[in-house]
Ligand binder design. Structure first.
Ligand code: CS2
Ligand code: MN
Length: 343
């Protein structure tokens, strides 16, 4: 069981993480490297060292962001892919076995409300396509309620314009090109690549999104037929789409040995393209957590797992989705489920 940590600025400390039962692995990243630059061994050593010093272990890098020029297939992508491969080499050298990354154009996860009040008084992240349609991008990413690299209005408009000429097929081609370029480096470094599904799993602001379903994940692992080319099975991202049968998807990908990382999060769907996040318990939302963990267990999954986004509870203030308390409850719930399946 692992736990995401955002480095020295994270209101959640490594000492707190060390006190969560059963958690020894930390999921982290270098947050001050400009997108596209090489991750240096020195900085990685420092990150791993600070985690070791607290009796924990750097288990997963999440994420090395992929430069938009790679996703857009622009010239310059050769150098950027070489640099990405070099960073993967360094991750392998310090002994981190998994790299989570994503291929979402411009935005990472996207919500329309970062603190929706739930009936029990807790606060959760929420998404509604109708609200999204009214959101204004003319001022850049500004204070959009999602996780976006900050872009001013001109840069954002330029990117949106460039993507308006990129079809889903082209985005797939660009992803295949990228994977062909970096998978050999991952293989020789002993690092497993784990793509994170698009969140939410449908287009936002007219931008194409392709990693959205079981067939898409299977297509992905087929692009480069290497055990190093796998996925992050994120139940919350995939679970926002009603059509996704999560236990069946986990079973098929697990049988291929391509699930390298598990993100467990629960969501409650409130409309065709609307949902909000809930506590991790299967009974609280639409994700069949027991079914997913059973599929992982049956197919021999032994990689890192982490509780994904949690609600804000007990008056905690901090990074939306990434507070301590609800994610810690999630970690213990998931371990209880897993322990029950192991008897
Ligand atoms: C999200 C993402 O679901 C999640 O874990 O918080 O930010 C995720 O970390 C990235 O998309 C992975 O590349
Ligand atoms: Mn996730």
């Amino acid at each position: 069981m692992t736990f995401r940590w955002f480095g020295a600025d994270d209101p959640v400390s490594l000492r707190h993480i060390r006190q969560i039962p059963g958690v020894r692995g930390v999921v982290s990243a270098l947050y001050d490297v400009p997108v596209g630059d090489i991750w240096s061994r020195d900085n990685l050593d420092q990150l791993a060292g600070s985690i070791d010093a607290e009796g924990l272990e750097l288990a997963v890098i999440e994420s090395i962001p992929v430069h938009e020029d790679i996703k857009l297939g622009r010239s310059g992508r050769d150098r950027l892919a070489d640099q990405y491969a070099e960073s993967i080499g360094s991750i392998g050298e310090i002994g981190v076995p998994v790299l989570c990354y994503n291929f979402m154009p411009v935005f990472d996860w996207m919500r329309t409300d970062l603190s929706m009040r739930l009936p029990d008084g807790s606060f959760a992240l929420a998404y509604d396509d109708e609200v999204l349609a009214r959101m204004d991008l003319s001022k850049g990413t500004g204070d959009l309620p999602g996780w976006a690299t900050a872009y001013d209005s001109a840069t954002l408009a330029g990117l949106l314009d460039a993507y308006s000429r990129v079809s889903e097929e082209q985005l797939w081609d660009n992803l295949a090109w990228f994977l062909e370029r970096i998978t050999p480096a991952a293989e020789s470094a002993g690092v497993k690549l784990a793509i994170h599904p698009d969140d939410p799993p449908w287009p936002v602001f007219g931008l194409p999104r392709i990693i959205t379903s079981g067939p898409a994940l299977e297509k992905l692992v087929g692009l480069v037929d290497s055990p190093a080319n796998g996925v992050t099975f994120c139940t919350g991202s995939l679970g926002a789409h009603e059509a996704n049968d999560l236990p069946a998807m986990a079973r098929r990908l697990g049988e291929k040995g391509r699930i390298h990382f598990a993100h467990c999060r629960n969501v409650k769907r409130t409309g065709p393209r609307a949902f909000h996040e809930v506590a991790h318990l299967a009974g609280d939302g639409d994700v069949d957590m027991h079914g997913v963990l059973t599929a992982l267990r049956d197919t021999g999954f032994d990689g890192p797992m982490r509780p994904d986004h949690g609600r804000m509870i007990w008056d905690e203030r901090g990074r939306p989705g990434y507070g301590l308390y609800d994610r810690a409850l999630g970690a213990t719930y998931l371990q209880g489920l897993w322990e029950g399946l192991s008897i």
